[in-house]
Design a protein. Structure first.
Ligand code: AN0
Ligand code: CP
Length: 317
């Protein structure tokens, strides 16, 4: 594998989950793969889980790791070609990327949607420049439109906890004070569709996601009805995708918060969220602290999804 951004990059999903469970059971058995290989992780945005779990995964594989927070200590980067660089940005991404490629064997990129230009975001302008100019395998650590390491970890977590072959999985929008990207719900929808679960998306009107990710999922605007019989409830906020409201907060209605009363509508569902989560906006204290909350196992599986992805990249070098 040379690039990782969509579910299709990982191939057969049951084989990927099988490999993940194998890696989880013997995560230090692949140390030879990463010997004298360097992972460079580039962060344009904050992170706790992605930073720690991906570094841990790389160390499990015997790799060396360099982490660069672009906004702390590096030169401010211009990303637009053709700009007369007489402003506050001393370096261009078009030099920075091949330079970074000189010092590593694999590159992970975190670069969120900027909400300045929907086309730039949805064309994955930043990630694609890394793919084009670094000369290295590149994987997404949440880009403008996708967060596949998260969705892969979520899939592993569901497979570990499901009681029936084809569980009902509900992705529900929940309120949040700030505009958040669609990357997590986009990838989650893409991966749940690929897994073939009974998959339902619920959100207020105006929060429709990009149809290329929604696929054949059922969309239900009544959250209570969507939650009926759910085996897994995956909460997440996102901002509007549809024009003319791209990147805007249209609603902060707290009747969409996942509470004990909402969970009572389900089939004793597990609660999931990628974290970081705002308590009592997205989910009540009681639900996130309950026995059915999977937020910590999901975070733990981020090490495993990252290790499978890095392992496959290393195997193809
Ligand atoms: C980010 C998001 O919603 O995409 C990262 C989630 C993993 N969340 C925040 O910025 C709070
Ligand atoms: N879930 C996730 O990607 O968390 P971080 O933003 O902390 O990396």
């Amino acid at each position: 594998m040379r690039y990782f951004k969509s579910v299709s990059d990982i191939g057969d999903l049951s084989a990927a989950v099988k490999e993940a469970l194998d890696v989880k059971a013997r995560r230090f058995d692949f140390k030879h793969l990463g010997e004298n290989k360097t992972l460079l992780m580039i962060f344009f945005n904050s992170s706790l889980r992605t930073r720690l779990s991906t570094q841990k995964a790389a160390m499990n594989l015997g790799m060396n790791v360099i982490v660069l927070d672009v906004n702390q200590g590096a030169w401010k980067l211009e990303t637009e070609r053709g700009v007369i660089m007489d402003g506050d940005k001393p370096e261009h991404l078009l030099e920075a990327i091949p330079v970074m490629g000189c010092y590593c064997d694999v590159i992970g990129v975190r670069s969120f949607a900027r909400f300045e230009n929907k086309r730039d975001d949805y064309e994955e302008k930043i990630l694609n420049q890394f793919i084009r100019y670094s000369g290295r395998p590149v994987f997404a650590m949440e880009t403008a439109t996708v967060h596949p390491l998260q969705s892969f970890a979520d899939l592993i977590t569901i497979e570990e906890h499901k009681a029936v072959e084809r569980p009902k999985v509900v992705l529900t929008w929940a309120p949040h004070p700030k505009a958040l990207p669609q990357a997590v719900p986009n990838s989650f929808a893409e991966w749940m569709n690929a897994a073939g679960y009974d998959f339902v998306i619920t959100h207020p009107k105006g929060y429709e996601l990009d149809p290329q990710f929604v696929g054949n999922a059922r969309v239900e605007y009544d959250q209570d009805r969507a939650l009926e019989g759910a085996d897994f409830v995956y909460a997440k906020n996102w901002s509007a995708f549809a024009d003319p409201n791209y990147g805007k907060v249209l609603c902060t209605d707290r009747s969409w918060t996942i509470t004990t009363e909402k969970m009572a509508l389900t089939n004793n569902a597990y609660f999931m969220h990628c974290l970081p989560v705002r308590r009592n906006m997205i989910v009540s204290d009681d639900v996130i602290e309950s026995e059915r909350s999977l937020v910590i196992p999901e975070a733990a599986n981020r090490e495993i999804s990252a290790q499978v992805v890095l392992k496959r990249i290393l195997e193809s070098l």
